[in-house]
Design a binder for this molecule. Structure first.
Ligand SMILES: [Zn+2]
Length: 247
């Protein structure tokens, strides 16, 4: 595949990464999509889901929908969210190289699908939680994802007999402030921030520190809001370009 990024830009970013001791990666939607997942916010997917379920993904992934229509929520969630198979890409391998060199200080993930199997980062901040973790809202007992998959309809707490819920951030719920504080601090201290795909937290993560010698690179095929804060915007596939700039 032909790359669209100019070679001089690539070389400059490569040089900055080579000399950086503290790099933070923010994983957005393209990391999921390039690994075989799909973007439920895209027009096509929204249309498909609406015609299959009668509601949009946004409606069904909300706290109010979960609370009032748990059975419909789980019908959608099990098939569309838990049924999404996400595998690793060369972009993850490149980040693992940085980690092995001791230069990847944090990975901030907005995707609640978590990381592909065989990818392990020492410091992951999952701002939207993780589908592998499920919890009873009454007694806080934890359940694995298999418990949810194996339930006929609504997975219920064995003790309380009420619907357990995935420990992910549903729409209408606040982001965990402790996690956000950690994410902001990690970004503030970074020499280089690699924003890998569209994500909902760019504004919060980028706003809070003064101009510094930090380099911010955004990788996204589509234009999205907070591009102005990036020094460079890369339109190529992340899995194609990241291995070229991380040695
Ligand atoms: Zn319980």
């Amino acid at each position: 595949m032909k790359l669209t990024t100019e070679e001089s830009v690539l070389n400059y970013i490569k040089k900055r990464i080579r000399s950086a001791g503290n790099i933070v990666a923010i994983l957005g939607i393209e990391m999921l999509v390039e690994g075989g997942g799909y973007d439920l916010d895209s027009n096509d997917e929204t249309y498909r889901v609406e015609s299959d379920y009668g509601f949009s993904p946004e409606e069904m992934l909300s706290a109010s929908f979960f609370n009032s229509k748990a059975e419909k929520f789980y019908r959608f969630y099990k098939k569309e969210i838990l049924g999404m198979n996400v595998s690793g890409t060369p972009a993850y391998d490149a980040l693992l190289r940085l980690q092995a060199q001791g230069r990847l200080s944090a990975v901030i993930n907005q995707n609640y699908h978590g990381l592909p199997a065989n990818v392990y980062f020492n410091n992951v901040i999952e701002l939207n939680g993780n589908i592998r973790d499920n919890i009873c809202p009454r007694c806080n007992r934890r359940y694995g994802v298999d418990y949810v998959i194996n339930a006929d309809t609504i997975p219920r707490c064995e003790q309380c007999n009420i619907a357990i819920r995935p420990n992910i951030r549903l729409l209408g719920e606040r982001v965990n402030t402790g996690l956000m504080t950690n994410a902001v601090a990690a970004c503030a201290n970074a020499d280089v921030i690699l924003t890998l795909g569209k994500n909902m937290y760019s504004d919060q993560l980028d706003n809070n520190f003064p101009e510094s010698r930090q380099l911010r690179v955004l990788f996204s095929k589509e234009a999205f809001m907070s591009e102005s804060k990036a020094h460079y915007v890369i339109r190529d596939e992340i899995k194609a370009i990241l291995p070229l700039i991380i040695e």
